[in-house]
Design a protein around this ligand. Structure first.
Ligand code: CP3
Length: 360
């Protein structure tokens, strides 16, 4: 079923293969979400976030909503990174205003010993059904991105029991009982690989790993507890061959110190936040992999003129370091959008990226 060659718009996949493009492709992390009134309406109809995420028809609907408004070059599956630990039995729920929580967080070695890779055909069937339905509804208009959290980022939520400001529990575990945390990360990595492979088999044409919290660690701990497992994913994830290979994108908040190591992992794409210039990133890693990013999402709070200028600056910073070529760049934000952003500003940004990069 996977025939990306027949896509009407394959700029995003071409950019990830560093092939020539007519203009720079753009999509935005969290492009489907609460800043869109139509999302809020569908979310209300579903009753809860998990009600929305576990209903393939509604998940498909909200995935397509931003594509109806904007000239985006890729769709991203509407789901959440925490579906995997939920399927491992931790019991995901959301408290209004407090974010995600787990009913049964991992608090002991016995809890870790109980963890197993969930069955993609049963516990996570709803995700694969959503992927297949979205592929059908997209009808070759743009490629579909599947995703997972990184093992470390999932472990943060599993051990903390929800979001955290200081990561006290997981950092204590890393320091006091590293062997136990490695056991947790090994099984979670197996689950992430199986989850991404199943999304690919269901129709996802690119795969992104979100390492949202890797950057909170000291370098030696990042390398031991996050990078090592990202490298395993890049090396072991089955994602097809040749033109139909689904490129992998490793996104990491605060990953700027590790770009060389990440680029050498075997990934096809590297997602960076705004704390590193795209030009600097390209110079440091050479031509090895495609780069995705990296406008500060707060730029969307600025005026349309400033948004256009900042988009042009990021595009030109990249091209100047890439021998004057825009190849190998997927435009994105450096992290996800926020609920209070103005939908009209998103249109300004998406159009500015295409217009500015088309001019050469
Ligand atoms: O990019 C997209 O449009 C795809 C959808 C997507 C969501 N979550 C939808 C969502 C993706 C890719 C994610 C990933 C995700 N989820 C990450 C990694 C990416 C990142 O932002 O760093 C993380 C850390 C999570 C965990 C999570 N889920 C958080 C922190 C929240 C927000 C809680 C809150 O109340 O603000 C969620 C819930 C969530 N996931 C929402 C959306 C649109 C909002 C919930 C709602 O609609 O009520």
């Amino acid at each position: 079923m996977d025939d990306p060659v027949s896509l009407k718009n394959d700029r995003f996949l071409r950019a990830l293969r560093s092939e020539p493009v007519d203009c720079t492709p753009v999509w935005l992390m969290r492009q489907a979400g609460r800043y869109l009134p139509e999302y809020r309406a569908t979310r209300q109809q579903a009753g809860s976030f998990m009600g929305l995420a576990t209903n393939p028809e509604l998940a498909c609907e909200v995935t397509l909503q931003p594509l109806r408004r904007y000239a985006l070059d890729a769709a991203i599956l509407f789901s959440d990174i925490l579906t995997v630990p939920d399927a491992m039995g931790l019991g995901l729920y959301f408290v209004e205003g407090e974010g995600p929580k787990f009913k049964d967080p991992v608090r002991s070695e016995a809890d870790i010993a109980k963890l197993a890779v969930p069955d993609m055909g049963s516990e996570l069937r709803y995700v694969m059904d959503a992927v297949a339905l979205i592929r059908r509804e997209l009808d070759g208009s743009v490629p579909l991105i599947g995703f997972s959290g990184s093992p470390w980022t999932l472990a943060c939520y599993m051990v903390e029991g929800g979001g955290s400001k200081d990561f006290a529990r997981i950092k204590s575990l890393a320091l006091n009982n590293p062997a136990a945390l490695h056991r947790l990360l090994e099984v979670t990595t197996d689950a992430v690989i199986a989850y991404l492979a199943a999304q690919h088999a269901a129709g996802a044409q690119a795969l992104q790993v979100f390492d949202t919290w890797g950057g909170v660690m000291a370098p030696h701990l990042y390398r031991e507890f996050s990078l090592r497992y990202l490298q395993r994913i890049a090396a072991e994830l089955p994602r097809g061959e040749g033109k139909s290979r689904a490129p992998l994108i490793l996104f990491g908040k605060g990953n700027a110190p590790y770009l060389e190591e990440l680029a050498a992992s075997g990934t096809e794409g590297l997602g960076v936040d705004w704390t590193v210039g795209l030009g600097e990133a390209r110079r440091r890693i050479g031509k090895q992999v495609a780069l995705q990013g990296n406008l500060d999402p707060a730029t969307l709070y600025a005026s349309p003129e400033v948004i256009r200028a900042e988009a042009a600056r990021a595009l030109d910073d990249y091209a100047a370091a890439n021998g004057g070529s825009r190849e190998g760049h997927v435009f994105n934000l450096g992290h996800g959008m926020s609920p209070d952003m103005d939908p009209e500003h998103v249109r300004v940004l998406v159009d500015a990226v295409h217009q500015h990069s088309r001019r050469g």
